[in-house]
Design a protein around this ligand. Structure first.
Ligand code: NAD
Length: 308
């Protein structure tokens, strides 16, 4: 039997995920609060719908690609206490997955959220026989649109097996890191590294340039050596050196992720001096870089002339 998929949140990532699944011949329905996002999805073989209820009537699997944990909690559980944007407030006052979805539905949450939100939502949905997986992603809008994203997954074995055909179609690699919530632990740790690497690579490139080694040559050397990272191999060559700053991942989303890492370390009673210093740099950069700018622009604070 064909699995029918719904994607909620058709932004930079969700739009690409929905298009990828449509290309793999899944019937795909898409919902977003933004009409523009629904129109873009319609041009990629996705059937847009106008409400959560309409989507849930049609699908076996729901994929979430929402900005933050708060959006996930409100969409899944409803409730007046969960903070969310004004637009979503209007839409979901009475509508939530908990209230509307039928038993047996599988929810795959690709949002970079919090472990506790994933566990809370999974426990509540389980009371109605609805399954929840946290499967945050890496690879950016290009990875979403090409089906090559990598996923770190928190799920029970049986639910994961049922979701696998959809997960395989939308991603290039999947690492099952533990039970529900573990996916977001791994994603927060991954993005903490990415936030550190971007700044440390900027400092290394700027220092070498000042000492007479060009950024291109330095990166060639680093990428053949032990200093390489996602920053040196992907971010600098694609979005920094050419000054394009068009990765599709915003400063606001990275600041969110850096904050999630600080919160997790604090909950665990851990002092992480390097992560703390990096979080402070991301926060201080608000003075010159607003949330809508590309996250790679953080390097400009290291050397505005070289990277600006
Ligand atoms: P985005 O802002 O481009 O897209 C989010 C979409 O969700 C928007 O179109 C918005 O209108 C919609 N939305 C918000 N609330 C909604 C609701 N209640 N119902 C329906 N639609 C709603 O964000 P994005 O860049 O696609 O990121 C999505 C998630 O993926 C984030 O958690 C982000 O941290 C994570 N992520 C992003 C990237 C990237 O490179 N952009 C990479 C990895 C992970």
């Amino acid at each position: 039997m064909t699995t029918t998929v719904g994607v909620i949140g058709l932004g930079n990532m969700g739009g690409g995920i929905a298009a990828t699944l449509a290309r793999h011949d899944f019937p795909v329905f898409g919902f977003d609060l933004s009409q523009a996002a629904r129109d873009r999805a319609a041009a990629t073989g996705v059937t847009p719908v106008n409400s959560l209820n309409e989507l849930l009537e049609k699908v076996d699997v729901v994929i979430l690609s929402l900005p933050k944990a708060e959006h996930v909690e409100r969409l899944c559980l409803g409730g007046e206490d969960a903070p969310v944007s004004d637009a979503a407030e209007d839409h979901h006052k009475a509508e939530s997955l908990l209230a509307l979805a039928r038993p047996g539905l599988i929810v795959i949450d690709t949002t970079t959220s919090t472990p506790e939100t994933s566990r809370k939502v999974a426990a509540a949905l389980a009371t109605r026989g609805i399954n929840f997986i946290d499967a945050p992603v890496s690879g950016g809008p290009k990875g979403a649109a090409s089906g090559s994203m990598s996923m770190v997954i928190g799920a029970e074995d049986e639910v994961l097996a049922s979701a696998m055909p959809v997960l395989e179609a939308m991603s290039g690699s999947r690492v099952h890191v533990g039970r529900c919530g573990a996916g977001n632990v791994a994603k927060i740790a991954n993005n903490m590294l990415a936030a550190c690497h971007l700044i440390s690579t900027a400092e290394a490139v700027a220092m070498a340039a000042r000492a007479g080694v060009s950024p291109e040559k330095l990166l060639e050397g680093v990428n053949a050596g032990s200093g390489r990272s996602g920053a040196s191999q992907v971010m600098f060559p694609n979005w920094v050196i050419n000054k394009a700053y068009d990765s599709g991942f915003t400063m606001g989303l990275m600041r969110k992720d850096v904050g999630l890492a600080s919160d997790l370390a604090q909950q665990l009673g851990m002092e992480l001096p390097l992560a703390n210093a990096v979080a402070q740099l991301w926060n201080e950069s608000r003075a010159t870089l607003d949330d809508s700018e590309d996250f790679c622009a953080i390097v400009q604070r290291t050397d505005p002339t070289l990277f600006g």
